[in-house]
Design a protein around this ligand. Structure first.
Ligand code: ADP
Ligand code: MG
Length: 705
């Protein structure tokens, strides 16, 4: 019997070659099996029918899409050409409603048989005092599908909509597939039966039916659970197999010694005690690099947790073993700051540190190239410029990437190639993006993770308040008080690409306004569209204290360290994500003084937005904020802010909500791989195939996106 994997979608009733092409292009669906894996994103309750009469005077805005049952009384085409529309009168015996179509008029009109009863499903609105539904889903009542009252709503693309393939069309095609006799037997479950049994999962044949046509809410829940598990299980299995492979293969550069550099730094340069978390993470790193394999470790630590120091001390360990080290940062400003910090901290021990960025002058660049090649430079700090082929090290043994979310996997790979004798340097990735643990495990499954979960002592939490435009005068008064005490102030504006012109305008206006109000002070001004040299100059003005106020966009989000800045005012705070606000706020509260963060917002924000901003005023814990951010925005957006993006795509599982399933999938994957590490045994062959297909899809996907 032909497996559904081999049934071309175009042979399914209701599809045909044209629709098959569109499904392939829009959703990557080419077989019947693929379509069964196109899960509904939500469900609507179709057990209830509304009476049109009851809709009169109801709060239509508040009602979801709903269904009515009745007949078409009349229909007319109004208007001409592009403005033509089909308007029909629909009656259910209690009252009437107007139904309108703007597209596909001819064929729809033909189908409106006045002798038949129809079920219409859609959003009801009020138009010129009449009840109206526009482009509803229409179903012949005699042929209507009923299934536990619940009906799936399928994710669509613009292309599908244009081709008139709506949720109902997909639903119907799926029903046609599942209606074929023997379909169940043609579905092989890729999950090994041991996993199904031990985790109490629904078999694929039931799960497919329940996920598309739920019989009860409970069965639906079980079906969705199974598919989420399956999706996460593939990812976890794949990651575990890869990292096992990597651990076995990637020989590293053993660094067994602790020597003079590290010890002298520790005893003479360190102005404070390391926190317990810093010590623990340095130990974890040391344990990694002592051994024979290459380290790939992610250090995750909230803003201000002291990651730079951990990086520096780890690099000294590498230098103690006769290797060179490199530190990469995403921007010129940030790499400049790291460079200055490291040079200052290590000034007493005579470390040869250099800075290489896009704006390093040719002469100096040549000098740096030479010093790296002959090994006289111990440590190189810089931007992407470090990754260029011309930059060759004598013995690069250790590389740190700061703020990972701006670096792609490809860039990590370029660093690997710079090690001596074909051996990759140890890689330490540092991120301040507080990725919840569950997410970190999934996203960075191929990295070992260390967490700096402790801030240096004596940090005072930044006092955060929400203020509205009407309170601006008071806000400026408080800001003036800080300035008079010799403190510095950041004022941050949103700037997003889609809105760039408008945003730049309000940024410039804001800047002029501030210059006007605070005439006695110097105001620095930075945004991402500036030339790097000008940007650096403005940053320098502020960092050196020559300017007391900094008006900026989120370019300052990452890593800038000006301890004298005690106040941050964030304009249009409602337009930022929570994690981003947290990053921004991390720029203040870096010194001994009490610090403030003022979230400015429109007065009429929604209750949800208000709740979101209240998270910021009630906690400074990056992990709590990240979790809340995921809940409010969904992990899709979080992943978006991580910029490099996930190395995979999720169709049904949610990183925000399915933490427990992630853990379950992880443990099941570990268990399975202990008995069959390569998935070579015959009972795991469908699983191996499913994982291969997934990785291939992901490769295609990452090429596109
Ligand atoms: P981040 O983790 O955000 O990169 P940094 O490395 O920039 O944090 O450190 C923030 C500030 O805390 C710096 O001024 C740094 O000198 C200071 N710092 C780091 N470790 C300690 C410590 N153990 N005790 C006190 N201050 C510390
Ligand atoms: Mg940092």
């Amino acid at each position: 019997m032909l497996s559904l994997r081999n049934v071309d979608i175009k042979y399914i009733k209701g599809v045909g070659p044209r629709r098959a092409e569109i499904l392939a292009k829009e959703l990557g669906i080419s077989t019947a099996y693929d379509l069964l894996r196109h899960y509904p994103t939500s469900y609507v309750d179709r057990s209830r029918f509304y009476r049109i009469h009851d809709l009169r005077g109801a709060d239509l805005e508040a009602l979801p899409a709903l269904q009515v049952r009745g007949r078409f009384v009349s229909s007319n085409v109004l208007g001409e050409g592009a403005r033509a529309r089909l308007v029909a009168l629909f009656s259910d015996g209690t009252s009437t409603m107007e139904i309108a179509w703007f597209k596909g008029i001819k064929s729809i009109r033909k189908s409106l048989d006045p002798a038949k009863t129809f079920i219409l499903f859609g959003k009801v609105s009020s138009f010129n005092g009449k009840l109206q539904m526009v482009h509803p889903e229409i179903e012949d009542d005699a042929k209507a599908i009923t299934s536990g009252g619940m009906r799936g709503v399928y994710p669509l693309t613009e292309g599908l909509r244009k081709a008139n393939i709506g949720s109902k069309a997909i639903y119907t095609i799926i029903r046609n597939i599942l209606g074929e006799p023997g379909t169940e037997r043609r579905l092989v479950d890729p999950l090994p039966s041991t996993v199904l049994r031990s985790r109490g999962l629904m078999h694929i044949s039931d799960a497919v039916r329940e996920v598309h046509f739920p019989s009860t809410a409970e069965k639906l829940q079980q079906a969705r659970f199974r598919f989420k598990f399956e999706e996460l299980f593939y990812i976890q299995t794949d990651m575990l197999m890869r990292s096992k492979g990597r651990k076995a293969q990637s020989a590293g550069l053993p660094m067994p010694h602790i020597g003079e550099w590290f010890n002298r730094f520790y005893s003479t340069c360190l102005p404070f005690d390391l926190t317990g978390a810093q010590k623990r993470v340095i130990k974890e790193i040391r344990a990694d690099i002592m051994g024979p394999r290459q380290m790939n470790r992610l250090v995750q630590g909230d803003v201000g947790s002291g990651k730079t120091l951990v990086a520096l001390m780890s690099m000294l360990l590498a230098i103690d073993n006769g290797y060179q080290a490199a530190l990469l940062a995403p921007t010129e400003i940030l790499s400049g700051q790291h460079y200055a910090t490291i040079r200052e901290m290590a000034s007493k021990i005579g470390l040869n540190v250099r800075l290489l960025t896009g704006s390093t002058k040719a002469r100096e660049r040549a000098e740096i190239h030479k010093g790296l090649e002959d090994g006289s430079i111990h440590m190189l700090v810089g931007t992407h410029a470090i990754l260029e082929d011309k930059v060759q090290f004598a013995r690069l043994g250790f590389a740190v990437i700061d703020e990972q979310h701006r670096f792609g996997v490809a860039q990590r790979a370029r660093l690997w190639a710079k090690g001596p004798g074909g051996l990759a340097p140890h890689i330490l990735v540092m991120t301040a993006t507080p990725i919840p643990r569950t997410l970190a495990m999934t996203v960075y499954g191929d990295l070992d993770v260390s967490v700096i979960d402790e801030l240096p002592p004596g940090r005072k939490p930044v006092e955060t308040v929400l203020r509205f435009d009407q309170q601006r005068t008071q806000v400026y008064r408080a800001m003036g008080a800080q300035l008079r005490q010799g403190r510095q102030v950041y004022i941050v504006y949103p700037l997003i690409e889609e809105n760039e012109k408008l945003d730049l305008k309000s940024l410039e206006e804001g800047y002029e306004n501030i210059c006007e109000i605070f005439r006695d002070y110097r105001v620095a001004f930075v945004h991402g569209k500036m030339k790097p040299a000008e940007k650096d100059h403005q940053m320098e003005l502020f960092a050196s204290g020559k300017a007391q106020i900094m008006v900026a966009t989120t370019v300052i989000e990452v890593g800038v360290n000006v301890p004298n800045a005690t106040t941050m005012i964030i304009e249009n705070a409602e337009r930022f994500g929570l994690s981003q606000l947290h990053q921004l706020r991390g720029r203040v509260g870096r010194g001994a003084e009490k610090s403030y963060c003022v979230l400015m917002s429109r007065y009429n924000i929604s209750a949800d937005t208000r709740k979101r901003l209240d998270v910021m005023t009630s906690t400074t814990d990056g992990f709590i904020i990240a979790e809340a951010d995921m809940q409010f925005r969904g992990p899709g957006d979080i992943e978006g802010t991580m910029q490099s993006g996930l190395p995979f795509e999720l169709k049904i599982a949610s990183l925000a909500q399915d933490g427990q399933i992630i853990a379950l999938a992880r443990s099941a994957a570990e268990e399975l791989l202990t008995t069959d590490p390569q998935l070579k045994s015959p009972e795991n062959s469908s699983l191996a195939r499913a994982i291969r297909e997934m990785t291939k899809r992901q490769a295609d996907w990452s090429r596109i996106s």
